[in-house]
Write a protein that binds this ligand. Structure first.
Ligand code: MTE
Ligand code: LUZ
Ligand code: MOS
Length: 749
């Protein structure tokens, strides 16, 4: 089945927030933002903006009827800055005007006098000054102190990974209006409608039931709208509530890039100890997360970095500490992988370091240390249905890894100015929100009189295909064609108290809730049919729009059954609630079972460097991925391809640059380069690992949204191999991204 939005996307008929036909009287909000990274606000002059023709109002913190607070996990983030600004781009005021251009022009006329304070932009510097967003945390296993003595080899070093801009095609935006009784209706491009509802209620000082949040779909989120859509929704709602008119706040690309947080840059220290036969005996690491000026989701992201610090390897003695450092940058936030990629980069860097010193290919260390069935992760969970070795073996058989390495070696001997490099990137990613309470979802299913079905869930469609998957679940459970089924918008009045669609768990959680509701409806319909046909309910099934008795088609069709059931006053609506069983994690002991299951896979990279110019490309990326039993192979393959390229972008060409005062220089798509069709690998192949799939995955089809992003890490290490073939003495700094510029320096440095 194709993605149900495919046709409307490519023909431009899909409706995004800025496409919603405007209501009469709609006003536009433009955000005035801090021009300084850190300072005390001495005074502010709004008169220039207020005097501009067409400006209706300028809103600041003093206009907020409720609480000036939008922090999610920690209450440390004002909607509008008061007294102090803590990053360039921080919202200070909202100019509301009848015209979008007027609002922007007027915002430029606001003057603010700021007394500068010392600003910090680097995580390690913040660490030295003990500027933390939350206290540091550690995960331990075995006995690291005693383990070093038993190691034959020990290597230590530092690494770093850069920020990453989400570049969702649809920028942050909200359209809000006040309805009868001063209730508020919000259409927002958010992954977390309940987070928007809850926060708008807090800011306006209203009960949550007065706020209705509706989401049709997002033009991409990638984590950037898990929490950070909320502030703009609050601004639109505030203006609308005060002015009693519809208000739109839609960011332009540069505004979005300058104001919103990115993937967290990490610095890290590592120490790795190996035995003579390349078993990793001990691993110690410290992560310095650049959190920006407020906590946002940083503590949860930090936790996921710890959980993924050893990737798919079994290491008996570990100690990994992570610090969330407060700096004067926009608060960094969720981004596909959610701290996992940053943690996994460090262990791969440590392995690459060991391999370089020991004069083996990293592959020899990687393959020697794969997790086996029953091994414990450092956080205590026992690994079950471990598929990493299976993936690796299938990759070996299918892609001939040895042959590829020999080919590359022979190419390198023949070409003095062209060098290739090979890297393997295995992955292991835990599925579930690491915060247990978030692992729940609900679905509301109506069967209408004519047999058509309407489904509401808490899932937000952002391109990943969750609506298509939910439709498939309902069609299968009710045994009707997908043409009978409609997926409704995501709306907080139909499905309440939702978790954001994130952690790759949207289809699992909302799909299972849908399955539960549809099963109840199917069973009720079977019971009704049994009564009508005077048969034992055990013999009755619904099969492809017909009622069957012992597998034989009866005279009763699905459509007739629905009509008759309604006549008999049978309820044709159901709500399903799903909460992931078995999971739980004890923060005080650092042990538990945080994940429903893990996703595995392996990617083989061949990088190709032009050593004269310092440019590179990727000849091929060959993947074996553990989809479980994929319920939609075209969507899932699309997720792997998209995530791979996004991960490669993070590792290679995407470079977020601030100037010395904390102003974003890479603030548009000409100075921030994302992969395009010319920079993708010449060949990408992904084959599924043939397995049954775990029962906690929807229809045994594993979550797929985030895990393949981490294949991208392989791009970095394949490039390092190519550099080494040209410049054998080169000692890499293990800092990503490896831009073309940095490549040139590495080849000759
Ligand atoms: N795919 C598209 N096309 N657009 C997106 O914004 N977000 C990713 C992933 N795939 C994203 C995407 C992220 S960060 C997550 S967590 C998952 O989709 C969320 O959806 P799911 O839980 O339904 O997989
Ligand atoms: N969001 C969150 C996430 O709140 N908790 C998580 O564990 C998570 N994991 C991945 C992506 N988003
Ligand atoms: Mo994805 S980072 O969980 O929104």
């Amino acid at each position: 089945m194709k993605h149900i939005d495919a046709i409307s996307h490519v023909t431009g008929q899909s409706v995004f927030v800025d496409d919603i036909p405007v209501r009469t009287g709609t006003l536009y909000g433009s955000v005035f933002r801090s021009p300084a990274a850190h300072g005390r606000i001495r005074s502010m002059d709004l008169s220039g903006a207020l005097a501009t023709d067409g400006v209706v109002r300028v809103l600041t913190a003093s206009d907020i009827p409720g609480v000036n607070q939008v922090g999610g996990i920690v209450a440390d983030e004002p909607l509008f800055a008061v007294d102090r600004v803590t990053y360039q781009g921080q919202p200070v005021a909202l100019v509301v005007a009848a015209d979008e251009r007027v609002a922007r022009k007027a915002a430029k006329k606001i003057r603010v006098d700021i007394e500068p304070l010392k600003a910090v932009f680097d995580a390690r510097e913040a660490f030295k000054n003990e500027l933390f967003l939350v206290p540091p945390s550690t995960i331990r296993s075995g006995n690291i102190g005693a383990a070093w003595d038993t190691c034959r080899y020990i290597f230590e070093g530092q690494t770093g990974t850069g920020a990453q801009e989400h570049v969702y095609i649809e920028t942050q935006g909200t359209y809000a209006f006040v309805s009868e009784g001063d209730n508020i209706r919000i259409q927002s491009s958010t992954q977390g409608p309940t987070h928007v509802q809850e926060t708008v209620a807090r800011v306006l000082g209203l009960a949550m039931h007065r706020i209705e949040v509706e989401v049709t779909r997002l033009g991409g989120g990638f984590g950037g709208k898990e929490d950070q859509a909320t502030a703009y929704a609050c601004m639109a709602a505030l203006a609308s509530y005060i002015l009693k008119l519809p208000v739109k706040v839609i960011l332009q690309r540069t505004e979005d890039m300058e104001m919103t947080g990115k993937r967290h840059p990490y610095g890290a220290d590592y120490k790795i100890g190996l035995s003579g036969d390349l078993k990793i005996i001990a691993y110690q690491a410290a992560f310095y997360q650049n959190g920006g000026a407020a906590a946002d989701l940083s503590p949860a992201i930090l936790a996921r970095s710890l959980f993924h610090a050893t990737n798919c390897y079994h290491i008996p003695n570990t100690e990994v500490t992570a610090c969330s450092c407060r700096t004067n940058l926009p608060p960094n936030t969720a981004f596909r992988g959610f701290g996992g990629p940053q943690g996994m980069f460090v262990i791969e860097a440590a392995i690459a370091h060991a391999a370089r010193e020991l004069k083996v290919h990293a592959r020899a260390i990687q393959e020697k240390n794969f997790l086996s069935e029953g091994d414990q992760f450092p956080y205590g969970q026992v690994a079950k249905q471990v598929n990493i070795t299976k993936c690796s073996k299938l990759a070996d058989q299918t892609f001939d890894i040895d042959g590829t390495m020999q080919e590359v070696a022979s190419f390198n001997r023949k070409h003095p100015l062209q060098k290739k490099g090979v890297a393997l990137m295995p992955i292991c990613f835990g599925i579930s929100f690491t915060n247990r309470s978030m692992n729940q979802a609900r679905a509301l299913v109506h069967i209408y009189l004519d047999g058509s079905v309407g489904i509401s869930t808490g899932a937000v469609e952002m391109g990943q295909g969750v609506n298509t998957k939910i439709m498939q679940v309902a069609a299968r459970t009710l045994s009707v064609p997908v043409s009978r089924i409609k997926i409704e918008t995501t709306n907080t009045t139909r499905v309440s108290n939702t978790s954001p669609t994130a952690a790759s768990s949207g289809a699992d959680l909302n799909g299972k809730a849908t399955e539960i509701a549809c099963n109840r409806l199917a069973n009720r319909l079977r019971k009704t049919a049994a009564t009508m046909l005077d048969e034992d309910v055990k013999k009755i099934s619904l099969d492809n729009e017909w009622v069957t008795i012992d597998g034989v088609r009866s005279t009763l069709s699905y459509a007739d059954l629905v009509k008759k059931a309604c006549n008999e006053r049978v309820c044709l609506s159901e709500q399903g609630h799903y909460a992931t069983p078995v999971i739980g994690f004890d923060k005080s002991t650092g042990k538990g079972h945080p994940f429903a299951y893990h996703v595995y896979g392996i990617a083989l990279f061949v990088a190709h460097v032009d050593c004269l110019r310092g440019t590179y490309r990727f000849d091929k990326v060959l993947i074996v991925h553990d989809f479980g039993n994929s319920m939609n192979t075209s969507i899932d393959l699309g997720q792997v391809e998209g995530a791979l390229i996004q991960g490669m972008g993070w590792m290679t060409m995407e470079e977020v640059v601030f100037d010395r005062d904390g102003k974003l220089l890479s603030n548009n798509l000409s100075s921030y380069k994302v992969p395009d069709i010319h920079s993708v690998p010449r060949k990408v192949t992904c084959i599924p690992l043939p397995v049954k799939g775990p029962k906690h995955a929807i229809l045994r089809s594993k979550a797929v949204g985030e895990p393949p992003l981490m294949y991208g890490i392989g791009a970095y290490f394949a490039l390092q191999e190519a550099i080494r073939a040209f410049n054998p003495g080169h000692v890499p700094d293990l800092i990503a991204p490896m831009t073309h510029e940095k490549m040139l320096m590495s080849l000759y440095g």
